[in-house]
Design a protein around this ligand. Structure first.
Ligand SMILES: *[C@@H]1O[C@H](CO)[C@@H](O)[C@H](O)[C@H]1NC(C)=O
Ligand SMILES: *[C@@H]1O[C@H](CO)[C@@H](O)[C@H](O)[C@H]1NC(C)=O
Ligand SMILES: *[C@@H]1O[C@H](CO)[C@@H](O)[C@H](O)[C@H]1NC(C)=O
Length: 341
């Protein structure tokens, strides 16, 4: 009974939004000359694309059917019905400023806007503008003004130009904080399966022998989602602290929107210690993946033995839960018996 209960415990989904949520809109506008503009854009929540902008029609291509439901529920629908006006204004503003500042074409304007929702519920909105690859101005949310991001006449000019448009500032504060936050919540409500997808990592430990006196233990962890992961080496059951003998790649994307990582530990051959790679990931609940290094005579054989380590904490919680269930069941039985009597 206990293993089943533990399994159930692990499968209970955690309360949503334990991680910071970053909603970002990227827009790149290329002005080849004074009369044309090409605009590309897309929105992402974390690493999941939500929609993209059709450069020809400026229509939004929603990346999943549930995005429509999420948009309908939040302010996003109102914003969606007005964003083409914003795009036209943007093109006009860039041309006006370009003319006043005597800018040379082609011109590239990039915008990154959105918000970050912290697990504690606070929201930080942002709206950054870059020109030809360099930060130009950023909106200061809550202060209703813009800040130059470089010391140039152009940045000052754009700042002054935008500061005068008070109607925009008021709207920006609302969109970047209140609308953005409610949009993240409704995206999670309808797109839970995609956004809160959990895929367990697969880990393999093998060795490389660059020279007879050196042994590199490689722990290859792949196929996991979401991105945050923790990979440690255990020497005789003790975590190997960070140091020169420990190396790890960055977490890199796979083609199927999962991630991979390698951690390398340099050891002396036949040092008499036991080694294991430990992987901690949200998809494993409270458990860890423990892959021991099976040192053979040649020390080169790959180890694919995967063991699951139930952490002491999880076991304690599980036992406690089981105990509570039992007391409750006993109580229920007692009550039934009383009724029958
Ligand atoms: C402006 O650029 C576009 C796209 O490159 C081109 O088709 C158009 O002819 C150009 N217009 C002028 C006036 O140069
Ligand atoms: C909420 O969390 C963010 C970071 O995630 C932190 O900067 C901020 O101070 C926190 N606010 C409160 C009220 O705890
Ligand atoms: C760790 O990586 C750095 C940079 O790639 C390399 O110079 C170093 O030798 C590596 N150390 C080990 C133990 O693999």
């Amino acid at each position: 009974m206990l293993p089943l209960l533990l399994l159930l415990l692990f499968l209970v989904p955690g309360s949503a939004l334990e991680e910071p949520q970053l909603f970002q809109l990227f827009q790149t506008s290329i002005f080849p000359n004074t009369s044309s503009a090409e605009i590309a854009g897309r929105a992402v929540l974390g690493d999941v694309q939500i929609f993209s902008l059709d450069p020809a029609t400026w229509n939004l291509d929603l990346s999943y059917p549930w995005v429509r439901q999420a948009i309908a529920e939040s302010d996003a629908e109102k914003i969606e019905s007005h964003y083409k006006i914003y795009m036209r204004n943007l093109v006009r503003y860039v041309r006006d400023v370009g003319r006043q500042a005597g800018l040379a074409y082609p011109l590239v304007i990039q915008i990154r806007a959105g918000c970050e929702l912290s697990p504690n519920g606070t929201t930080r909105g942002f709206f950054d503008v870059a020109e030809n690859g360099a930060s130009l101005v950023a909106y200061e949310v809550g202060l209703q003004k813009w800040a130059a991001q470089q010391q140039s006449l152009l940045a000052e000019m754009v700042k002054t130009f935008l500061d005068k448009r008070k109607a925009i500032s008021g709207l920006m504060d609302h969109i970047l904080v209140i609308s953005c936050k409610s949009h993240i919540h409704s995206l999670h409500k309808y797109g839970k399966e995609t956004l809160e997808r959990q895929v367990q990592p697969v880990a393999v430990v093998f060795a490389r022998v660059p020279s007879p006196a050196h042994l590199l233990l490689v722990c290859r962890v792949t196929g996991f989602y979401p991105r945050p992961v923790r990979v440690d080496w255990l020497r005789d059951g003790q975590e190997v602290p960070p140091g020169p003998e420990l190396n790890s790649t960055l977490t890199l994307p796979n083609a199927d929107l999962t991630y991979q990582l390698r951690s390398v530990l340099a050891v002396t051959p036949h040092d008499g210690h036991s080694y294991a790679c430990r992987v901690q990931h949200s998809s494993l609940g409270g458990r860890s993946l423990l892959v021991p290094w099976a040192s053979s005579k040649t020390g080169q054989k790959a180890s694919v033995v995967i063991a699951v380590l139930v952490t002491a904490a999880a076991a304690v919680i599980g036992a406690f839960w089981c105990w509570r269930r039992r007391t409750q069941v006993d109580g229920d039985l007692l009550e039934t018996r009383d009724l029958a009597a």
